[in-house]
Design a protein around this ligand. Structure first.
Ligand SMILES: NC(=O)c1ccc[n+]([C@@H]2O[C@H](COP(=O)([O-])OP(=O)(O)OC[C@H]3O[C@@H](n4cnc5c(N)ncnc54)[C@H](O)[C@@H]3O)[C@@H](O)[C@H]2O)c1
Ligand SMILES: O=P(O)(O)OC[C@H](O)CO
Length: 483
C-alpha cells in the first residue's frame, strides 16, 4: 500500500484504508481531520499528546470511537428531548392517550416500537383535532350539562316519541308529551311507563304527558314531531295556532305524504301556516332504533336544515355522551334517503323470509342502495348525503337489524304469512308500505329505473308474489357497476 504524500489530498478509498493501517500512523495524523480534532481529549490520556506504535494507535482509535459514540448518544438524547418537549407543548392540557395493547392487533403486525409510536402520534393528532373542534363549537359544554334547560314538546307517543322524550329528559330538559288518550297520560304520569310502547323501560320522572295542546305548546322552545307521516298534516293543522312562530320543529318521521308526495320539510311549514323558507324545520335522521336510544346505546344521527341556527339549536339539544349529531343543509337528500330505505328494508326482509342467503341479501342491499342514490340524486340530493348516516347508515340498520318494523313486514311476507294480517299488524308503523307506492310514481316522474324498489311496490299491490318478484329481478340483464 502506498503512503499518502504530504500535501496531496487522498481519495476517500485510499484514506479509509490508510486510517485502518497500523503501519502508517504518522501519515494518518497528517491527513485525517477527525483524529487530529479528537486529539484534544485523547492527548490527555496519552503522555506527550501523541500516539505512537501500532498498539497505541489501536487504543487511540478505540477510545476515539468510544468518545464519538458517547457524543452521538448525548446528541440523540437532546434531540429526542427537544422533539418530545415540543409535541408535549403542542398537546398541553390534552388527556393522556392510553397505550395500545399490541396483543389485540392482528399477529401479522410486527410488534415493533416504531409502530407503537406511529399509532400514538396519529391518535394524538386526532385528539388534538377533536379538542380544537370541541372548543370551536363549544360542544363539550352542552354534553356536560352546561346549558339552560329547555321546554321540549313532543308530538306522538309511539316508540320514537317516547325515546326522544326520554333522551331530552335525561339530559335535563323538560319533556312534555302531547298524546290523544287521557288514560295513557294518567298511567304514564303515575307509573313513568308508556303502557303501549317500550313498556320494559322506566321513563325519567321529568317527562310529563298531557292531552292539552295549550299546556304542551305554551312557551315551548322546541317541538319534536314523531307522528307517522300519513297522520302528520292532520295533527299539525289542529295545533297550528298554538305553536310559537319561531320555534324549531324537529321532524323525525321518515316517509312521503301520499297524494301530493310531500316530504316533511314541506309538509310541516304548510300545515303550520309558516313560510316555506322560514319553516324552521330540522330533519333528524340516521340509524336510530328507539329501543337502543332507551338503552343508552351509542347512536349517530344527522340534523338537516336550511336554517343553521335551528340546526345548531337542535344539535345542542340532542347531543350527549352517547348521542352524536352531525349537521348538513341537504334536507332533501336526508329526507329522501330516510323514506326510501324503508322500502328497501321490506325487500331485505322478504329476502330473509324466503331464506335466500347472505350472498343474495348483500347483492340486494347493494342494488337497492344504488337505486336510492339514483332516484335521490335525480331529485336533487347530494351523493355524499346518500353515503352518510341518513343513507348508507340507515340502510344498513334497517336491512340487517332485526328491530326494524319495515324489515319485519318483509320477513312475514317472505315467509308467506297472510297478506292482510301482515299489513294490518299493530306492531308499530311501517312507513315503507306507504312509501313503496310513491317510489314507483317518483321513478316514473324522474325517469329512473328501480327494479328492486319497484318490485316491492308490485308485491304490496299483490301483482306478484315475493318469490315471483325475486326471479323476475334475477332474470334482468346485469347492470353496469358505474351507473
Ligand atoms: N321507532 C323507531 O325506531 C324510529 C326511529 C326513527 C324514526 N322513526 C320514525 O318516527 C315516526 C314515528 O314512529 P314510531 O316508531 O313512534 O311509531 P309508532 O307506531 O310506535 O307510534 C306512532 C304514534 O303516533 C301516534 N299517532 C298515529 N296517528 C296519530 C294521529 N292521527 N294523531 C295523533 N297521534 C297519532 C300513535 O298514537 C302512536 O303514539 C315514523 O315516521 C318512523 O319512521 C321511528
Ligand atoms: O323500525 P323501522 O323499520 O321503522 O326503522 C326505524 C328507524 O327508521 C331506524 O332508523
Amino acid at each position: 500500500m502506498q503512503p499518502v504524500s504530504d500535501g496531496a489530498w487522498p481519495s476517500v478509498g485510499r484514506r479509509a484504508s490508510q486510517l485502518f493501517s497500523p503501519s502508517h500512523p504518522q501519515h494518518l495524523r497528517q491527513f485525517s481531520v477527525g483524529p487530529a480534532r479528537w486529539g484534544s481529549s485523547l492527548d490527555r490520556s496519552t503522555p506527550g499528546g501523541s500516539c505512537s506504535g501500532p498498539r497505541t494507535w489501536r487504543t487511540c482509535t478505540a477510545l476515539a470511537a468510544l468518545a464519538w459514540s458517547l457524543r452521538l448518544a448525548v446528541w440523540k438524547a437532546r434531540f429526542s428531548r427537544f422533539i418530545h418537549g415540543h409535541s408535549r407543548k403542542t398537546l398541553q392540557g390534552l388527556p393522556e392517550v392510553p397505550d395500545l395493547d399490541l396483543n389485540v392487533l392482528p399477529p401479522v403486525l410486527p410488534q415493533r416500537r416504531a409502530n407503537v409510536s406511529v399509532t400514538k402520534k396519529v391518535w394524538r393528532k386526532i385528539v388534538y383535532w377533536a379538542k380544537v373542534r370541541d372548543q370551536m363549537s363549544n360542544r363539550l359544554s352542552y354534553i356536560n350539562g352546561d346549558f339552560e334547560p329547555l321546554k321540549v314538546a313532543i308530538l306522538g307517543g309511539g316508540a320514537f316519541g317516547t325515546a326522544m322524550a326520554t333522551h331530552v329528559a335525561r339530559k335535563g330538559h323538560r319533556a312534555i308529551m302531547l298524546l290523544r288518550d287521557k288514560s295513557v297520560c294518567k298511567f304514564m304520569n303515575r307509573n313513568h311507563i308508556n303502557p303501549k310502547y317500550l313498556r320494559e323501560f322506566k321513563l325519567p320522572k321529568d317527562i310529563y304527558a298531557t292531552t292539552s295542546a295549550e299546556d304542551a305548546l305554551e312557551e315551548c322552545d322546541v317541538l319534536i314531531h314523531a307522528v307517522p307521516v300519513q297522520s302528520s298534516r292532520k295533527v299539525l293543522e289542529a295545533i297550528k295556532d298554538l305553536v310559537p312562530k319561531d320555534v324549531p320543529v324537529v321532524a323525525v318521521s321518515k316517509g312521503i305524504e301520499l297524494g301530493n308526495k310531500k316530504l316533511m320539510c314541506d309538509l310541516i311549514p304548510e300545515a303550520l301556516g309558516r313560510e316555506p323558507q322560514q319553516g324552521g324545520v330540522v330533519v333528524v335522521s340516521g340509524p336510530s332504533f328507539a329501543q337502543e336510544i332507551m338503552d343508552r346505546r351509542p347512536t349517530s344521527v344527522v340534523a338537516a336544515s336550511k336554517s343553521p341556527e335551528a340546526a345548531e339549536k337542535v344539535s345542542r339539544l340532542l347531543t350527549s355522551k352517547y348521542f352524536r349529531v352531525s349537521m348538513t343543509d341537504d334536507v332533501l337528500g336526508v329526507e329522501v334517503a330516510g323514506a326510501l330505505k324503508n322500502v328497501l328494508a321490506i325487500a331485505a326482509g322478504i329476502c330473509e323470509g324466503l331464506n335466500l342467503g347472505t350472498n343474495a341479501m348483500s347483492a340486494l342491499v347493494t342494488q337497492g342502495n344504488a337505486e336510492i342514490r339514483w332516484l335521490a340524486t335525480a331529485m336533487g340530493a347530494r351523493p355524499e348525503t346518500l353515503a352518510g348516516l341518513s343513507g348508507m347508515g340507515d340502510i344498513l340498520l334497517t336491512c340487517f337489524g332485526s328491530l326494524s318494523r319495515n324489515r319485519r313486514v318483509g320477513v312475514r311476507l317472505g315467509k308467506g304469512d297472510p297478506f292482510e294480517d301482515v299489513i294490518n299488524s299493530k306492531q308499530g308503523v311501517a312507513e315503507g308500505v306507504f312509501t313503496a307506492r310513491l317510489v314507483v310514481e317518483l321513478a316514473d316522474e324522474y325517469k329512473v329505473l328501480l327494479p328492486v324498489l319497484t318490485s316491492v311496490a308490485r308485491i304490496l299491490c299483490r301483482e306478484v308474489s315475493p318469490k315471483e318478484a325475486v326471479f323476475e329481478v334475477l332474470a334482468l340483464p346485469p347492470w353496469t357497476e358505474s351507473a
